[in-house]
Design a protein around this ligand. Structure first.
Ligand code: AP5
Length: 215
């Protein structure tokens, strides 16, 4: 199965992607993680991406596609989750053409629905473990006691002005992707509010209802 997790920044896509991967033995492809990896390695793509990410803007389609296509081509099984990609209709068309060309099209798109106020809280209270990349929320998903405070960092794009810009970009550039997949009959929406377990259960229900696990 090939599942796209779609939704605004901070909706909980990364948190749920990790759970789904553990539960169903799927690979996780996150373009945000790929881009941050390129920044850490100080590659040409990483240096260019950094300017856009820290401003809360989208990285140009061709740069993101270079990383996403590479990650997709390295998948030797056809069961994976794509998180944070596609974020423009152009990216969606490229992804679909690539997967359809391999005879393994997108099985389902799950859209995380949440209002912007909650997103602002989630992102401003998010902390990331510097070494493992694990994501926490200081109130709702606190780090375990053995994690030291000095090992937790705040992402540069989780500053209030970058969060506002990311929400604006989502509305203007990314939301059309939702309608694109709705027209293709692949979209299921879930409320991304309540506890992390409750959101996971809603996703599992969609997977069962749409029989995605066997696609
Ligand atoms: P990316 O890393 O993809 O960021 P994002 O989509 O903005 O998503 P986030 O990681 O901020 O949030 P999330 O939905 O994964 O939520 P999470 O689970 O962490 O992209 C970063 C940047 O890279 C983009 O802005 C762009 O510049 C660039 N980029 C990436 N892909 C691109 C593309 N395809 N094209 C162009 N540019 C691209 O949860 C958030 C917080 O909430 C955490 O603290 C978590 O613990 C907490 N939480 C989760 N669920 C719950 C819950 N149910 N209740 C309470 N708290 C919760």
């Amino acid at each position: 199965m090939r599942i796209v997790l779609f939704g605004p920044p901070g909706a909980g896509k990364g948190t749920q992607a990790k759970r789904l991967c553990d539960r169903h033995d799927l690979k996780h492809i996150s373009t945000g993680d790929l881009l941050r990896g390129a920044i850490r390695k100080d590659t040409e793509v990483g240096r260019e991406a950094k300017k856009h990410i820290n401003d809360g803007a989208l990285v140009p389609d061709d740069l993101v596609w270079e990383l996403a296509r590479q990650a997709l081509s390295e998948q030797n099984n056809d069961n994976f989750i794509v998180d944070g990609f596609p974020r423009t209709v152009t990216q969606a068309e490229w992804l679909d053409a690539y997967l359809e060309g391999r005879g393994k099209p997108v099985s389902a798109v799950i859209s995380f629905e949440i209002d912007p106020e909650q997103v602002i809280n989630r992102l401003s209270m998010r902390r990331v473990h510097a070494r493992t990349g694990a994501n926490y929320h200081l109130d709702y998903n606190p780090p375990p006691p053995d994690v030291r405070e000095e090992d937790l960092i705040q992402r540069d794009d989780d500053r209030p002005e970058a969060i506002r810009r990311r929400l604006e970009v989502y509305k203007n550039q990314t939301e059309p992707v939702k309608h694109y997949y709705e027209r293709k009959g692949l979209l299921s929406c879930i409320e991304s509010i309540g506890s992390i377990d409750e959101v996971s259960e809603r996703i599992e229900r969609v997977l069962r209802r749409e029989d995605v696990l066997r696609k």
